[in-house]
Design a protein around this ligand. Structure first.
Ligand code: IVH
Length: 674
């Protein structure tokens, strides 16, 4: 096979697996097998750069940044829809269109589709290849965002996606859909934006539109955008079915992502039922919907009904009750994040929104509070979407009585009292004190959380209490908690202590990926942790890597690389790391590698005496053993080192007499780290 042929084959295969993974959520090969195909293609394209084409899967990482978006004239107007707000409005719509039909009572059937609250896009395919993608713009002219759309994994670069499919799409085909930001990724994404000093997006819709309208498509590539397609806009040289339901089926068969919530309805009662069902499930979906779209299934008939303004008569949007309410902003509290960000948090007069009592809302940052002129005591409009933390749309200025108070930016950390700092060019305000107790509470909370070490029975109150009692001074202290200390705490009975200790013990088996995530290095969430470990094999190798070595890893940018380097360069962090190693946590993808990486004290015998500055003697012992050393109880001529702290007594004297090397904690660290 020639390089040319193999490249073509690899592209088809990779596109197919992207589809299985991102559209069907049913991969048929492992991640490692996928990676191997992808790497083979990358290597071949590097060897034959002339064979690189824009729709190659390797180009999904983004292309050269643009100066501006080109304008695109749509082949047909990109319409919007009239609204209905309840079932009465729906029936009134049916009656209105009845008057335009030869028989007002004629049987009509429908499709119902979720009305995604994202960004409308228009995709062009020529001979089955994706050639252009545009935003809706004003409905006639939109912006060319082809490069950005290419980065979306669920968007088919070629149709049909399935190589075994017999379907031949029209040589010229334009479809329409909606790009959106999955709700389950939204908060973590905003969090990392804030940590990077950027302003948070107000809601998932803004995040989708902001992510798609980037001149540098590499930025879009790093965002978890996805899309659903729901309509044909234009085609030439072929045909599409007359029925909307069959059109959705055909879109699916081509390999487009189509909402699985779409449904066929033989009559209006079914539509009414679907409406209630959608309202019920809207908060369980992984995207925001603000209504349901009802379309007459017979498209030629629907099109024949014409328009009212820009709204076609043959379809209608049934809006849901807004998940928005007004309530009073009682206070704005300052919360301290694990990286020291001082974030404003709204305390609200409790209000029921869509079946849930809302007491708190995010305010993102102080710039936004100032921009929206939100004041304490204001009546504010609060919006809720899915399980995402609700946010404040803005104040109702008209009902102010003059008692409202401007929100002050914090000048000091509320937890430790150190002055707050703002980094030039960044939005966030920080507490810069690494010893801030509240930051430690957050770090511990993050360390034990579900996405990190996932320690059962370790709630955030437990963390706060242990820190308050001085039992935890860094996250590694979690592994030296002992039964007696815990039993001495108020409310800690046998059972509770056993459960807690069992949870901690079990977490030692968590993967190196989770350990790396749990360290809480800025920008290193579990995805990046996975990339780093896949490339380098162990936390030690990552700690030892240079900026350049990190940056060549796919998916690792310079910002992440700097943060990784800075974190591992910090003496305090390295101590924590060694304590975690000593506790027996997984540091490498394979255990064998970890052992190999840490046997620096092999063959050496230690004795420990006195009080060490930051470690207990048990911790020091575990540390030494983890690195292959041995610890004995008494000094003899076989002792290699005496590890001595404050108030060392007779053992020190004996070691001196025997001429044995004496180490303090810092010197031991040096031995271990070098
Ligand atoms: S059909 C004539 N179907 O809702 C066809 N629209 O006002 C008009 N939307 O801007 C659109 N999901 O961005 C249609 N399944 C769906 C939709 C949908 C979301 C958006 C679309 C449009 C707005 C309608």
């Amino acid at each position: 096979m020639t390089a040319d042929e193999r490249i073509a084959q690899l592209r088809d295969e990779i596109n197919f697996h992207l589809y299985r993974y991102h559209v069907l959520d049913a991969p048929v090969i492992s991640d490692a097998e996928y990676d191997a195909l992808y790497r083979e293609l990358l290597d071949l394209e590097a060897a034959y750069p002339d064979l690189v084409v824009p729709d190659s899967p390797t180009q999904r990482a983004g292309a050269e940044p643009l100066d501006a978006f080109e304008k695109v004239t749509h082949p047909a107007p990109i319409l919007s829809l009239a609204n209905a707000f309840n079932v009465d409005d729906l029936r009134a719509w049916r009656t209105r269109i009845g008057r335009l039909l030869p028989d007002p009572e004629m049987r009509l059937d429908y499709t119902v589709e979720p009305k995604l609250d994202g960004l409308s896009i228009v995709l062009t395919y020529r001979d089955g290849r994706f050639t252009q993608g545009a935003t809706r713009g004003n409905g006639e002219v939109g912006e060319d965002v082809t490069q950005n759309l290419r980065t979306i994994r669920s968007l088919p670069q070629r149709i049909p996606v399935d190589p075994d499919s017999q379907l031949i799409p029209p040589p010229y085909l334009v479809v329409r859909g909606e790009v959106f930001f999955p709700l389950d990724k939204f908060e973590a994404f905003n969090q990392s934006r804030m940590e990077a000093g950027a302003a948070a997006y107000m809601n998932p819709r803004n995040a989708a539109s902001g992510s798609l309208r980037q001149l540098d498509s590499a930025i879009t590539a790093a965002r978890p955008l996805t899309l659903y397609i729901y309509d044909f806009i234009a085609w030439e040289g072929g045909s599409v079915p007359d029925k909307q339901w069959e059109r959705l089926e055909l879109l699916k068969a081509y390999g487009f992502p189509v909402s699985p919530e779409s449904q066929y309805c033989p009559d209006l009662d079914c539509v009414a039922q679907a409406y209630d069902a959608f309202i019920e499930k809207r908060n369980q979906l992984n995207y925001e919907i603000d209504g349901m779209v009802v379309k007459i299934n017979d498209k030629p008939l629907a099109d024949g009904l014409g328009f009212v303004g820009k709204d076609p008569r043959g379809a209608i949007a049934m809006k849901f009750p807004a998940q928005e309410k007004t309530t009073k902003l009682l206070d704005v509290q300052v919360s301290v994040g694990r990286t020291g960000i001082l974030a404003p948090a709204a305390v609200l007069e409790p209000v029921e929104i869509g079946g849930v009592i809302v007491r708190n809302a995010t305010l993102h940052n102080y710039d936004e509070i100032a921009r929206k002129d939100i004041r304490i005591g204001d009546t504010v409009i609060v919006k809720r979407a899915g399980d995402v933390i609700p946010y404040i749309i803005g104040p109702v200025v008209d009902v102010r009585d003059g008692s409202e108070q401007v929100v002050e930016r914090p000048s000091h950390c509320p937890a430790c009292g150190e002055p707050a700092v703002q980094i030039e060019g960044e939005v966030a305000i920080y507490c810069d004190n690494p010893a801030c107790p509240e930051q430690l509470v957050r770090r511990v909370e993050y360390f034990v959380s579900r996405g990190a070490m996932d320690i059962d029975n370790f709630g955030s109150q437990t963390g706060s209490l242990l820190i308050e009692q001085g039992l935890i001074r860094d996250v590694a202290d979690i592994y030296t908690l002992n039964r007696d200390d815990l039993l001495a705490l108020e409310g800690f009975k046998d059972k509770k202590v056993d459960n807690l200790l069992a949870g901690i013990e079990a977490s030692k088996q968590q993967s190196a990926e989770r350990v790396l995530t749990a360290l809480g290095i800025r920008f290193v969430g579990n995805v990046v942790a996975g990339l780093l470990l896949d490339a380098l094999g162990s936390i030690d190798a990552i700690a030892a890597a240079s900026q350049e070595e990190l940056e060549v890893i796919e998916g690792i940018g310079p910002g992440t690389a700097v943060n990784v380097i800075t974190w591992f360069a910090n003496e305090k962090n390295r101590r924590v790391l060694e304590k975690l190693r000593a506790a027996g946590l997984q540091f490498a993808i394979e255990k064998a590698e970890m052992d190999a990486a840490s046997q620096t004290l092999e063959g050496l015998t230690f004795v420990i005496t006195g009080t060490l500055p930051t470690m207990s003697r048990d911790e020091a012992k575990a540390l030494i053993e983890a690195h292959g050393g041995k610890v004995t109880g008494s000094v003899s001529k076989n002792t290699d080192y005496l590890l001595a702290g404050e108030k060392a007594g007779s053992k020190l004297a004996k070691a001196e007499a025997l001429g044995i090397s004496i180490l303090d904690e810092a010197a031991l660290m040096n031995l271990v780290l070098n």
